[in-house]
Design a protein around this ligand. Structure first.
Ligand code: FES
Length: 485
């Protein structure tokens, strides 16, 4: 078998320049004698350390590579796969490849309204060109354009602007604290510029069904992610597209002590609550909706190798937000407000394995409801060939709770064992005190009609472990979609 390299082309790796890493690795391998296959891949479960890749040697030895943020790092991947060190002594090649990397990163940032990330990349390249005595006329123009989009004309960038292109301000209406660490933030907006996940009318072709996300700006002031006074974080709302169009949006957020955006949100929430939740409300900026996965294939972009006959959700922690977004497509007219041809509706069995800490069980009521929908349907129609409502089967995996509530944002919120009784009583649900294991994955896969799309979403370590288990069970890479959570 010839050696190969698989470079992640999904989510955060793409934002960090993985298209350019792919190109670099292709160029470096082309210059070597001997064959080495280089391919783009779906998420490898290493999202927080992207751009990421996996090298496979002639002897089938696999190795993960992370933080591929330089040409030297890409060369190291090639050397691991092929055993030959690529030459990096052609200054023309080095300059061209670093230019491509910067260009891809800023294109990606601009296409997703990440103005801080885009400016960061542009400013880095302007500086780099200045060092090399090169003119950066085009970049200066782009810099000015992106600055206008971000609501600024010139520095200083120390206060929030009144207008930001492709963003609108949403008012916090309420907060439902679910656990000691997580809450659902209920936002409202009357601004029509908020857009819609499904633009229609005006001679457009009918909208394609999709899952989607929005970017929240954490107004943290000066930060390392770019020159603007905010950090950009993607969230998948748990409310539907139709609700967005009606001006409401619910976002499940886990507050991390060290998270720049979430600790900012917690600070302003605390102040807002302490001052008696004033009418004027707490405001946050949310971007227009951005495509995450196309439906029914559940892959990023339009390219799909198959239409699934079943969907298995392997979720952990806040990755649970994928569940409502996927299930909304069982009722596109009611939940999304668009009519979708039958072949694009998600009328296939959907099972879920959800892993969470025993003190951080998220969306328990919704999980129970979705299981009930399917079990009621099964009672009315014994053994239907396809169950097209709710969750056909659900396994809730409880891992150890954190010993103390210290440093919890909501220390007084509890989730008791009794809350689980409703779920436990359902014939299509089980609750286990266990981590995700190969046996659990194997058992879940055995129930899925083929071809099955497996959607994995959770923290990086969970995603990587789940992917490895799926590969061990001979699920093909093409059937696995991994989302960051
Ligand atoms: S490893 Fe690349 S986005 Fe997950």
């Amino acid at each position: 078998m010839s050696p190969s390299v698989h470079v992640c082309q999904a989510g955060s790796c793409r934002r960090n320049g993985s298209e350019a890493v792919l190109l670099e690795i292709e160029e470096l391998t082309n210059a070597l004698d001997g064959e080495c296959k280089v391919k783009g891949s779906g998420c490898l479960g290493l999202c927080s350390r992207g751009p990421a890749a996996v090298s496979v040697t002639e002897g089938r030895e696999q190795r993960s590579h992370v933080n591929l943020d330089s040409l030297e790092a890409s060369a190291n991947v090639v050397e691991t796969a092929t055993g030959t060190k690529p030459r990096l002594d052609d200054p023309g090649l080095l300059t061209r490849l670093s230019g491509v990397r910067a260009m891809r990163m800023r294109e990606q940032a601009i296409s997703q309204y990440r103005w801080n990330g885009a400016l960061n990349s542009i400013l880095d390249e302007v500086q780099d060109k200045a060092k090399r005595g090169k003119s950066s006329g085009d970049l200066e123009r782009l810099l000015a354009e992106v600055l206008v989009k971000s609501g600024f004309k010139n520095p200083p960038f120390d206060t929030m602007p009144s207008k930001i292109e492709d963003y609108t301000q949403w008012t916090l209406e309420d907060v439902t604290k679910l656990t000691r660490h997580s809450a659902v933030f209920h936002f409202k907006s009357n601004d029509r510029k908020r857009g819609t996940p499904n633009p229609r009318g005006g001679g457009r072709s009918p909208p394609k069904p999709k899952t989607w996300h929005t970017t929240l700006l954490g107004e943290v002031g000066k930060n390392e992610e770019g020159p603007l006074p905010w950090v950009e974080r993607d969230y998948t709302p748990i409310s539907g597209a139709l609700e967005w169009e009606r001006g409401t949006c619910d976002i499940l957020i886990k507050i991390y002590k060290d998270g720049a955006a979430t600790s900012w949100l917690h600070r302003v929430l605390t102040t807002w609550e302490a001052s008696g939740r004033p009418e004027a409300g707490l405001k946050v900026w949310l971007s227009k909706p951005v495509l995450t996965l196309s439906v029914p294939y559940l892959v990023s972009g339009d390219a799909a190798s198959f239409s699934p006959a079943s969907v298995l959700l392997l979720l952990a922690g806040t990755g649970i937000v994928a569940m409502p977004q996927v299930l909304h497509h069982r009722d596109p007219y009611g939940k999304i407000g668009i009519s979708v041809p039958k072949r694009h509706q998600l009328h296939v069995p959907v099972d879920m394995v959800f892993s969470c800490r025993a003190d951080d069980v998220l969306m328990l009521d919704e999980i129970t409801e979705r299981c009930k929908e399917a079990s009621e349907y099964a009672n009315n129609e014994p053994k239907p060939p396809q169950i097209n409502k709710g969750l056909r089967n659900c396994t809730l995996l409880l891992t150890d709770a954190k010993a103390s509530a210290e440093n919890s944002p909501f220390p007084n919120v509890t989730c008791s064992a009794n809350d689980l009784n409703d779920l436990k009583s359902l014939p299509n649900a089980e609750v286990l005190e266990s981590r995700l294991s190969l046996e659990i994955v194997r058992g879940a896969l055995a129930k899925m009609p083929e071809p099955c799309r497996v959607v994995v979403s959770g923290p990086s370590a969970f995603n990587q472990a789940a992917r490895n288990m799926l590969l061990e069970e001979r699920v093909s890479d093409e059937a696995i979609t991994i989302l960051e959570a």
